[in-house]
Design a protein around this ligand. Structure first.
Ligand code: ATP
Ligand code: MG
Length: 562
């Protein structure tokens, strides 16, 4: 795992950037062209962000361009909703594909002509075997595959059959087009891979124009070549596909010759980054939709309050390598905390309120106190918080019978109210059950602003909200989606969902400024953490998502390691 300090893009060095620079220096291409090629069958997640930042980042750094290409070759699983969500997420991350929004489906005509080209050259054939037979005859890693009885069909017969496939003469899956490569190859991908299949499904872009669709392998490299992509960067599972990628480029009259380079995908603790599993979580109702703030989707992280700058910073700091590894969620959170510490305004909110009455404060009087928006950034300015005779403090900030190390409010003890006054607890009011319901306190008017002119000190500073001005709000506390670091590869992964991943607090007391936050605004609640105004907020009831607490788990992990 990388723990390097924040790097500026110019500082980034990795084997892919080196390879691209070498190609440019050697004059193998005038400019670098990359692409980010999502399949629109789900929302993007933080793993995709690694690929997006790599592809768009390299293009930016080296004066090239990066395309957004939808790999939309499987209409059975693809939806318009996903296409729009993916565009939103890439733009939100801060990247611009300009005019280069492409779709594999833009190339369906060309791909079809190239399939005929392979057939005419004797490099592809129509196979009538069922999917099951094809699988059985493919062999294993230790046994070669068996040739299909249809493998030696002549080009003319293949052409007629393939045209029949296209014309809709055959049932779904009745036949496929396969490349004729090598059934004995040690690489399973070269054992006559399927190039086209019959599938009657309405495509989001081409509608019902086609009843045959190219496979990923046949569409991907050729789309790269058509778009003039110079470097096709993909994750390691495509390493074994590279010989096929190159075989197809060798056997087709493609206009350019992209180079495929593989890198390790991002894995994160306490979550899952497989689209299949994310679909299952959403469809199964285990979370409240694709933008549930517990999900590692970019939509979920955005709603949770993660800034795009922090995600970009995270991907730069973990780097790109050839070996698989798992990054600790605490490191992502560390990057987010660093960013929010710089940019989030501070406000006061009481999540579990306990009433305080300041008996010597004049009844009916109110005053406005000045609160600093960001102690690390003077230019962030200040805002006013109202103060009055009745306040709320956090229930956990008071103990009637405090143990030794508890320095906050207790009977007879003096503490500071942030930006306000020193107060002393004079009396504890309880209900019939003996529960503390109110504190009677006194304040020292000479301590306005939070300092005593006589120089006396207090051991604690509490946050508070004026009762007469407080706005009621709902706060949603999130924790890891999976309590254990690795949900596991087995079928029982859903059993490991964290039952406490969401705790909803109602009746929280917010300072008035928090009632006016636009959804998506992330602030610090003093002493508690970062919170982001949710889109479920209404003028009557603001809703905040806890982005994360203030305690840095990553710093702790690092301290333990060293
Ligand atoms: P899944 O395997 O979960 O279905 P995918 O890789 O098929 O996801 P795509 O839409 O095909 O999803 O991915 C688009 C691009 O993002 C691909 O180039 C893929 O390699 C890359 N990518 C996907 N997941 C990760 C990850 N965890 N880390 C880095 N890159 C990723
Ligand atoms: Mg994929």
């Amino acid at each position: 795992m990388t723990t390097a300090e924040t790097e500026t893009p110019e500082d980034l060095h990795d084997f892919i950037r080196t390879a691209v620079r070498d190609d440019l220096d050697a004059g193998r291409m005038p400019t670098v062209v990359t692409r980010f090629p999502p399949e629109p069958n789900g929302y993007l997640h933080i793993g995709h962000a690694k690929s997006i930042c790599l592809n768009f980042g390299i293009a930016q750094e080296l004066g090239g361009r990066c395309h957004l290409r939808f790999d939309d070759t499987n209409p059975a699983k693809e939806e318009e909703e996903y296409i729009e969500a993916i565009k939103t997420d890439v733009a939100w991350l801060g990247f611009d594909w300009g005019e280069h929004l492409h779709h594999a489906s833009d190339n369906f005509d060309q791909l079809y002509r190239w399939a005929e080209h392979l057939i005419k050259a004797g490099d592809a054939y129509v196979d009538d075997q069922s999917a099951e037979e094809i699988r059985e005859n493919r062999g294993t890693l230790t046994e070669p595959g068996r040739a299909s009885p249809f493998r030696e069909r002549g080009p003319e017969e293949n052409l007629a059959l393939f045209r029949g496939m296209r014309a809709g003469d055959f049932a779904d899956a009745a036949r496929v087009l396969r490349a004729k490569i090598d059934m004995g190859s040690g690489n399973m991908n070269l054992r006559d891979p399927v190039l086209y299949r019959i599938l009657r499904a309405t495509h989001p872009r081409t509608g019902d124009d086609w009843c045959i669709y190219p496979t990923y392998d046949f569409a991907h490299g050729q789309s790269d070549a058509i778009e003039g992509v110079t470097h096709s960067l993909c994750t390691l599972e495509f390493e074994d596909h590279r010989p096929l990628y190159e075989w197809l480029l060798d056997h087709l009259p493609v206009p350019s010759r992209p180079r495929q380079i593989e890198f390790a995908r991002l894995n994160l603790t306490h979550t899952v980054l497989s689209k299949r599993r994310l679909v299952e979580l959403v469809a199964g109702g285990h979370v409240a939709g694709w933008d549930d703030p517990r999900l590692p989707t970019l939509a979920g992280l955005r709603r949770r309050g993660f800034p795009p700058e922090a995600i970009r910073d995270f991907t730069a700091r973990i780097g790109v390598a050839k070996a698989d590894s798992t990054v600790d969620m605490a490191f992502l959170e560390h990057c987010v905390r660093e960013r929010l510490n710089q940019v989030a305004d501070r406000h006061m909110a009481v999540l579990d309120p306990l009433k305080v009455v300041i008996e010597n404060y004049p009844k009916g009087e109110r005053e406005a106190l000045v609160a600093i928006n960001n102690p690390g950034d003077e230019s962030a300015g200040t805002h006013q918080v109202p103060f009055g005779r009745e306040l709320y403090i956090e229930r956990a900030d008071f103990m009637e019978d405090p143990p030794k190390k508890f320095f906050r409010l207790a009977p007879g003890r003096e503490v500071r109210l942030r930006y306000a006054y020193f107060i002393t607890c004079q009396e504890v009011v309880k209900d019939a059950d003996g529960e503390v319901v109110e504190l009677r306190c006194s304040y020292d008017p000479t301590t306005r602003g939070g300092n005593a002119p006589d120089g006396r000190k207090v051991k604690a500073t509490l946050h508070w909200v004026s009762a007469a001005d407080a706005i009621d709000g709902e706060v949603r506390l999130y924790d890891h989606l999976f309590a254990r670091p690795d949900p596991g590869a087995g079928d029982d992964w859903l059993d490991h969902l964290n039952p406490e991943s969401l705790i909803v607090l109602e009746g929280c007391k917010l300072e008035p400024a928090l009632g006016r936050m636009a959804p998506g605004t992330t602030v610090q609640f003093e002493r508690q953490g970062y919170f982001s105004a949710d889109r479920d907020s209404s003028p009557a009831l603001p809703v905040f998502n806890r982005t994360m607490g203030l305690r840095d788990g990553w710093a702790k992990i690092q301290a333990k390691q060293s």
